[in-house]
Design a protein around this ligand. Structure first.
Ligand code: BTN
Length: 248
């Protein structure tokens, strides 16, 4: 088992803030920050991440064996680990929507955020994972409810948040050695766990074309109507087939 050390808090602004501070102090890889609730939880693209009590809100310090420019790799690995753990511990048929939304039945169950920090001569990748577990979507703002789900709403019972945190952090730390070199195995497993390739996609609200493959770093190649391939490196992806779900 990989070595992890968990710092549990009741209320924080964001577990990412606490993890950044711990990185500045030079803490070890595998340091995990968990909170009962976050008052300023953040998601990708500077969005707000609602973090009611009952959910799994954690950040993990990784020291990846690769350059800072490749810190996106840790984020793809985190999405894969989140998907794997939810499948294994909660027996849920989850899939990944590029870049790292974890979906069940087309609705978002978990999300992953990556941030980097250089502290003295060490580059830390801080990965934050939020999983909607032991609360109902009625705890979330109305505009999020059509596209979101929670394990409580799916299973009708509570899950063991602590086991999810431990399994996720251990798997991440154990597999972070695979982030150097080609990291093809992670991308192969990521693809097997994802339903994105083959979909007609919208990126940041605009139609982009059909997702055809990942490139060697995990960025998404999308083919537009004229057959031209474009590389998508970031953004919020939606499947054209789910437009009705978004409207409710
Ligand atoms: C996303 O899908 O937009 C990413 C969401 C990431 C949320 C988690 S919850 C724990 C950690 N702390 C934060 O403020 N954000 C991440």
């Amino acid at each position: 088992m990989s070595k992890i050390s968990i710092e549990a808090h009741d209320t924080v602004t964001s577990t990412m803030d606490i993890a950044r501070e711990l990185a500045r102090q030079g803490r070890e890889e595998g340091t995990v920050v968990v909170a009962g609730t976050q008052t300023q939880g953040r998601g990708r693209s500077s969005s707000e991440w609602f973090s009611p009590r009952g959910g799994v809100w954690l950040s993990v310090l990784l020291i990846p064996p690769t350059e800072a420019e490749r810190s996106h790799r840790a984020v793809f690995l985190s999405g894969l680990c989140a998907c794997t753990v939810l499948r294994e511990l909660c027996d849920l048929d989850t899939v990944i929507r590029w870049p790292n939304d974890i979906l069940f039945g087309g609705r978002k169950l978990a999300g992953v955020l990556g941030e980097g920090i250089q502290a003295d001569d060490t580059f830390y990748s801080i990965v934050g994972v939020g999983v909607n577990t032991n609360f109902s979507i009625s705890a979330l703002p109305e505009e999020l409810r059509n596209e979101t789900t929670t394990t409580l709403d799916i299973l009708g019972r509570e899950v063991d948040n602590e086991s999810i945190v431990v399994a996720m952090a251990e798997l991440l730390v154990e597999r972070s050695v695979e982030l150097s070199g080609g990291y093809g195995r992670i991308l192969d497993e990521w693809l097997e766990s994802s339903d994105t390739v083959g979909q007609i996609v919208d990126v940041d609200g605009s139609p982009a074309g059909r997702a055809v493959r990942l490139d060697d770093e995990g960025f998404l190649m999308v083919e537009d109507e004229s057959g031209e391939e474009k590389r998508v490196v970031s953004g919020n992806l939606r499947y054209a087939g789910d437009r009705a779900l978004r409207k409710g």
